[in-house]
Design a protein around this ligand. Structure first.
Ligand code: SF4
Length: 482
């Protein structure tokens, strides 16, 4: 337990994020009476002072200039001081330095847009934020690819359409989404689709003069639906939304144990051009431990069925840092994945989400230290390069293993546009279904601002309160001009 004691709460989240990064998996509480480590932060006019100590009497302390009037400057000073003390205490440096935000590529993107070159951007990220050259370079590569993929996108006349299916064959131990086990909810699936189609019908006309440039069906596991249910849903979407100008239509076929040739045929017949088959790991003991309830052979079978059905843009999601795994497991996973040769691979670092079973039962799930997870990340990057896939989107999450990152790698022309857009926050997303969060980009004095309209997370509530979900969006559209 780490106790965080602050005399005022400025930059609490930044300090917490760094504590989490250095002490992955430890609980951090404000002014906790029982602690193994304690960080005391006090602000005085023009300066911040910190003391980091443990129960054995080891201490690191320091102070830095800090003018709270200049938010950005002071934030960086506070983070650098925190980083310096924790790094000196642990003898560890973090790959991302003091960068704790979700989108570090944004900095690289801004600098590219100002005409700065790779070397200058890398130097800025390493000097100012203490990021490693490796991560700074990755940022520039990703930003460069993002720019290429987004070039020419007509933001003013397009949006993205998301439809969520909240059911899964079983619930994975690390899952923090609103997902429901199919076996238990089987008899509610048709009612859910009825409700979803009502929302689809009602919301299709909300965006006047705009067309969906991407369509993404996620979840949950959309392929939990039967072929008939999937056909009914996709037909309704096509009937109400004009997808003729969509640059990409994705269905997450995530769990291989939900994939059949019949479902793949339905999806393909509806013009879906990108699917995701997600092994997460190709080590059977890991899949068993995290409750995936499918085999590595299922992944290979499902992949073969997808290729046979005509899909040539298949993504595979992997997780680095799964319980019990080391770099040896990642080597095995990448070997198996490169043999399948997908068009893209998305590598997440394990995130310990509060609601996840794994997080609430940590003693059952030993996780690798940060440097080992970073080694796994490197192996995955080398594996992606072997299939010709380059990094094209990157984001980070709270409580992510080793304070690392999630990276999408894709072969040229197979990048997931929706994935970039959701990170970029330059384009509105109309999101339908349980737990769906619509994100609207509106003009503002500072350029743009984001407003969200959320749907309820419970399937039962969604079915019973579909009209209210529709009303939330119609009220929003009535009150705002796009
Ligand atoms: S397949 Fe994905 S959404 Fe479903 S339980 Fe596992 S992690 Fe959650």
């Amino acid at each position: 337990m780490i106790s965080l004691c602050m005399d005022q709460m400025d930059y609490e989240n930044d300090i917490r994020a760094l504590l989490m990064a250095f002490f992955y998996g430890e609980k951090i509480l404000l002014s906790a009476p029982e602690w193994s480590h304690r960080l005391t932060v006090s602000y005085a006019p023009g300066c911040v002072r910190m003391v980091f100590e443990d129960r054995e009497g080891n201490r690191r302390e320091g102070e830095a200039p800090c003018s709270l009037q200049d938010y950005k400057l002071a934030r960086n000073q506070v983070k650098r001081l925190t980083y310096g003390l924790l790094s000196a205490y642990t003898n560890v440096t973090l790959p991302w330095g003091t960068l704790t935000g979700i989108r570090p590529t944004k900095l690289a993107m801004e600098m590219l847009e100002q005409g700065k070159g790779r070397e200058e951007i890398v130097a800025h990220l390493t000097d100012k934020y203490l990021a490693s050259e490796e991560k700074a370079g990755l940022c520039v590569d990703v930003a460069d690819n993002e720019r290429r993929v987004l070039a020419g996108l007509d933001y003013d006349h397009s949006y993205s359409l998301y439809v969520g299916i909240p059911f899964c064959p079983s619930i994975c131990a690390y899952c923090s989404f609103s997902s429901y086990p199919l076996k238990v909810w089987q008899d509610q699936v048709d009612a859910y689709i009825d409700a979803l189609i009502r929302e689809i019908e009602a919301c299709a006309g909300f965006f006047p003069d705009r067309y969906p440039v991407t369509f993404y069906m996620g979840g949950g596991t959309p392929t939990s639906l039967s072929p008939c249910q999937m056909d009914r849903l996709l037909s309704a979407i096509e009937k109400h939304f004009d997808l003729s100008k969509a640059r990409e239509k994705t269905v997450e076929a995530g769990r291989p144990d939900s994939i059949t040739p019949e479902k793949l045929k339905v999806i393909k017949d509806h013009g879906v051009d990108r699917i995701s088959i997600n092994p997460q790991s190709m080590n059977q003991e890991t899949l068993d431990l995290i409750g995936r309830r499918h085999s590595t052979e299922d992944v290979i079978r499902a992949y073969g069925q997808a290729v046979a059905a005509g899909f040539d843009n298949i993504n595979m999601d992997l997780i680095a840092g799964l319980p019990g795994e080391t770099h040896v497991h990642m080597e095995r996973t990448m070997e198996a994945v490169t043999r399948l040769n997908p068009a893209s691979v998305t590598v997440h670092s394990l995130a310990l989400k509060r609601a996840a079973f794994l997080n609430q039962n940590r003693e059952l799930f030993p996780v690798a230290p940060a440097d080992e997870v970073n080694r796994m990340i490197r192996i995955s990057r080398e594996g992606a390069a072997k299939i010709g896939a380059r990094p094209y989107y990157l984001y980070r999450q709270k409580n992510i293993a080793g304070n690392l990152e999630n990276v999408g790698y894709a072969r040229y022309g197979c990048e997931g546009l929706y994935n970039i857009l959701i990170m970029e926050e330059k384009q509105s997303i109309l999101a339908l279904g349980t737990g769906a969060s619509s994100k609207f980009v509106l003009p503002s004095d500072e350029g743009v601002r984001i407003e969200r309209v959320e749907n309820v997370k419970s399937v039962k509530d969604y079915i019973e309160r579909t009209d209210e979900m529709i009303r939330r969006k119609s009220d929003f559209f009535a009150a705002h001009v796009f």
